[in-house]
Design a protein around this ligand. Structure first.
Ligand SMILES: [Zn+2]
Length: 403
């Protein structure tokens, strides 16, 4: 019973740390993988958002796999889209060049996909400007938002975006953040299933929710860039969800509009990421902290509390590992050679796992935790076999006296 109650207390605790601003939740909707091709789904989707007075950011992929401009719309369809843009119903983001992955999948390595990472700076400028210029001229826009395919990019991407006058990048919560002028407004939640609950839970918090989704999210939607099954959400479901959100304490923004409400600089991005903090990552993963949301304000007391708690977590893991290993050695009295063999056997899967995640953003924090566990194991072994620690000698002394 206690175990079941604990997460709720933690939830209340962390949400109370976040509370403070009663402006309500700010929401941005980002629709990726939009192609300039006739699509009944896209038409109905844009109508649904417009009917509910909610702006929608569409991430357009400008080129096909051969590098040709991808435009299957006739002039009436283009001018309808231009009207939506000028009415503020639709904001256009550049969603890559042709959405191709250029990272070779490494053997035994967790796959990381990217169209931009590791590409030369000059090539990135060239490809980004081709895409921006052609969409700007066809749609009458001046695109400021970049949504990288697979949500991945590198430092050169940020430099190239700054050169070309982009103002906002929207990837995921992780990623490079060295840009000086670029604002970072990452996606925080995919699909719609828990959106009502996320908004309800955060109604008194100063947070933004950036929802991203794809054609495959919907019935009848397919996506040439994904092997995922079609989703089961209908546009009727979406319509009633948007209507419901409209009546809650929620405001809806385009990326440019949200940008005007606060400073989404690289520091704020780093504070919102869980890239450097195992505890934050765990809390977010278990939906206890910041789930689905981006804190609009910069560094807070919560960050300091979580950093301190993260350090405590590592100390605790050290002590637990030390105690359990000590207990194991005390009960079984294995030979030192057996202990060393066991240690090496432990290192084999651990090393394999590190190789597997070497390109993942969590690599650094996993290494730190494993170093903590490893040093704890070594300490326990030294304590048992070398008498390096005085506690053991005292105990031996006492036992001699008793016997
Ligand atoms: Zn995409």
């Amino acid at each position: 019973m206690k175990k079941k109650i604990l997460p709720f207390f933690l939830l209340i605790f962390f949400n109370s740390l976040l509370a403070g601003n009663a402006d309500g939740v700010k929401v941005v909707f980002r629709y990726d993988d939009f192609l300039l091709k006739p699509s009944p789904l896209n038409d109905s989707l844009l109508n649904t958002f417009a009917r509910n007075n909610i702006p929608l950011c569409i991430g357009i992929v400008p080129f096909d796999t051969s590098g040709n401009f991808l435009n299957g719309l006739d002039s009436a369809q283009i001018s309808a889209l231009r009207s939506r843009i000028s009415r503020g119903e639709v904001e256009v983001a550049l969603h890559g060049f042709n959405h191709r992955n250029h990272l070779k999948p490494g053997r035994f390595t967790k796959s990381t996909y990217s169209e931009w990472a590791e590409m030369q700076y000059d090539d990135q400028v060239k490809k980004l400007s081709y895409g921006k210029n052609i969409l700007d001229s066809v749609l009458g826009t001046n695109i400021k938002v970049f949504v990288p395919p697979f949500n991945t990019y590198d430092d050169n991407t940020l430099k190239a975006l700054e050169t070309l006058g982009f103002e906002i990048v929207s990837g995921s919560r992780q990623g490079s953040s060295n840009g000086q002028t670029i604002q970072f407004i990452p996606s925080t939640y995919e699909d719609f299933s828990s959106l009502s609950e996320i908004i309800e839970k955060n109604r008194d918090n100063d947070v933004s929710v950036i929802v991203y989704f794809h054609p495959y999210t919907f019935k009848g939607g397919s996506d040439k860039y994904s092997t995922r099954e079609e989703g089961n959400m209908s546009l009727e479901d979406l319509d009633s969800l948007l209507a419901k959100l409209n009546s809650a304490n929620t405001s809806f923004f385009s990326f440019s509009g949200l940008d005007e409400t606060g400073d989404f600089n690289s520091g704020s991005f780093r504070n919102n990421t869980m890239k450097y903090n195992l505890l934050k990552k765990t809390l977010l993963y278990t939906k206890l902290y910041n789930y689905g949301t981006l804190r609009s304000s910069g560094s807070t007391g919560t960050d300091n509390a979580l950093t301190a708690a993260n350090i405590l977590l590592h100390i605790l893991i050290f002590l637990i590992t030390f105690s359990l290993t000590g207990l194991f050695l005390k009960i079984f009295h294995p030979e030192i050679t057996t202990v060393l063999v066991l240690l090496i056997l432990w290192l084999v899967p651990v090393s394999a796992y590190l190789v597997y995640i070497r390109n993942d953003f969590s690599f650094g924090m996993v290494v730190i935790m494993l170093l903590v566990i490893f040093s704890s194991l070594i300490s326990a072994i030294l304590w048992k076999y070398t008498g390096l620690f005085p506690i053991r000698r005292n105990k031996q002394h006492v036992s001699v006296v008793v016997s």
